[in-house]
Write a protein that binds this ligand. Sequence first.
Ligand code: GLA
Length: 815
Amino acid sequence: MITVKDNIFYLTTKDTSYWFQITKYGHLEQVYYGPYLREQSIEGLRFKRTATIGSSIAYDQEDVSYCLDNLPLEWSGIGYGDYRFSPSEIKMPDQCFANDFIYVSHEIVAGHIPIEGLPHAYDDSCLEGEACLEGEAHLKGNSWLRERVLEKEEKKATACETLKILLSDEAKKVYLYLFYTVYPKVNVITRRTRIENHHKEPLVLRKFLSMMLDLPNRNFKMITFDGGWIKEANRHDRKITYGMHTNFSTTGASSNRHNPGFLMAEEQATQHKGWVYGFNLIYSGNHFGGIELSGHDLTRVVLGINPHCFEWELKKGEAFDAPEAVLTFSDKGFNGVSHHFHDFINEHIVRGDWKGRQRPVLLNNWEAHFFKFNQSKLLHLAKQGKDLGVELFVLDDGWFGERNSDTAGLGDYHVNKKKLPSGLKGFADKIREIGLEFGLWFEPEMVNEDSELFRKHPEYAIRIPGRRNTLGRNQLVLDLCNSKVQDYIIESVGRILDEAKVSYVKWDMNRHISDAFSPTLTNQGEFYHRYILGLYRVLEEIFTKRPHILLESCSSGGNRFDLGMLCYSPQVWSSDDTDPIERLRIQGGLSYLYPPSTMGAHVSSAPHQQTLRETPLSTRFNVSCFGNLGYELDLKYLTRLEKQEIKEQIAFYKKHRQLLQYGRFSRIESLKENKVLWQTVNREQTKAISGFFQTLTTASEGYDVLKVFDLKKEVMYQITTKQQNLYIKRFGGLVKHILPVELDPNGLILRTANKVHKLDDCVESYQGDGALLEAGIRLNNQFMGSHYNPETRLLGDFGSNLYVIEVVEEKEEEK
Ligand code: GLA
């Protein structure tokens, strides 16, 4: 809800208030952003200015206490005394950098306002017309009509609204718009900016961010999600001290180095308690986020396109729109903020046919084959997958051109007939005959020098004339600033999708941008942003026309895991690293900003291809099931028992898929560093699944506790461990201690026994109400070498269990 009274803007969501006011000089002064407050609190909250501060600049001699440097602002200019980090750097039409944007007017409109050329959040709670409702009511009766009317009222109350404020630098006829869209139900406010030049002389943007916000410091720390290839989104905390703390990317993509999303939290905030602010950007290119603590204890938060190598000229009548930033706040700790982000993304970012829809269990052939496959290998793999319950087969890299390694073929789209003699359509039909959907990998933004496309159109690749170019994974980036290149991709990919009736696409992008230059641009300062605009056009053209296709975006894993891509692709391949222990950090880190429904998570082989870590099959599943489950390994090398276990895993996943993909996901604070606890609860609070993961074990582990939050305190629940296999080989030479006869641990008998005989891992069963579950159930002891029995939890290094929690009464009713 947005209201305006006495020059104060009150933006209200379900649990938060965001207020700012127009000052007597026309600047926008931030008053409050935090837990919901009644409007009467405004006086107490106003920043008092009763003294002047030495060595500061008075905006006006009439009121020397009015210094922009000490004001908490919603936007700030340059040249009038605010020396903090500026959200813009504009060479104004007079060639100077000074600018001072002053309030002119505002309007409040229902819904969101689209941004041309850029993805943005949306609200599809558009209301059906009365007439149409009444017409249908004839057929469906009055109670149906009553329900619809109630629904409609609820929607009206929760639908988003936008506040559009016009500011102007009158001296130079430049207009600045600040947009605020309030999504009340999910506690999110989005912000963005637009600048218009109405002066006869051009202006040049050297920095133009999407938002700026000044808040009083509360001993904040900045939490960022950083890493690199195969180690994306690891959480890092930095105390905010005086000066600037940044989080940015210069790779041309949102990057695996620093995800654009970041948090600002009270130092003592935990997963469930404390003030936390969350920020993210609906953008896939170079981003820049920062928090600056000023000498007067105001924290300035900024976010937008990275000014690095950015320059944009606006002639008279031209405008520039910055991408939309997403803001949220919770006083319920990190999970509070994550829940807001999760709901926002599921409701207002992901769109089209796959919004809110259960995602298929897929089998991807990449880690099974890399480039070495042929039709019969693929069909054999697919058939085995089908037997285990897989629903979608994904043919990864290597199906086109001369793509037998990563040195050739990118840019070409004709199928490699040596590998797929029946052609792509013929092969896809065979997959469908097996009973699976068909998905296909593409890397459309790239070209190898050894490709037909490059030989024909070397000018399509990004290179700087007169300089030697640089390769990444042996490939060049295509010039997506060039509309001819965009059209080539749109046509080539679209044709294949239609011909082979592809129902899932993995859209990859496997290198950072270097040698940034496009002959289509006169100003190379536009390059990085134009590239991303080109990419968005390509995605829009290909996929909005084919809404049935499930798009999974990928960039060497999670190198482009951002809200911009999520507007087109409902899910993202989280990381090339499928080691479950690494995934605890990667998926765990991503979960602060993105819901499980957006994360591709696959079970692969052990020892793991990148870490050489040997992990139980159960743990590989237990981690992957908190995302969109897939398998990515050569099934033919699995034992009968392992196949059986996978079959059970998939059946379990399908049974609980709604909960695992769309439940309320939380991270549970663990007292020990070697334990990770995750949980997901359904909306009705009747069902939950908890994951208890142990990284490196310690000898004689103490009592473990399973805490489950967000259930109904007074309702009784049944808690049962998901059954999983315990393989004999786990015990190695120790087996002789529990067998009547002594056997060689490396001998044929035990090796064969491991294939056909398993032990059941410990299954615990408890009952307790939601209050007890929150206090924590004390679990059975862990194995510590004294003896083995089926009541002892055998986790060791990298062990884990899933616990299924269901309402007791409901179960009885079902009977
Ligand atoms: C990238 C992806 C992988 C796989 C390979 C194929 O690394 O992240 O999943 O598709 O490319 O070359």
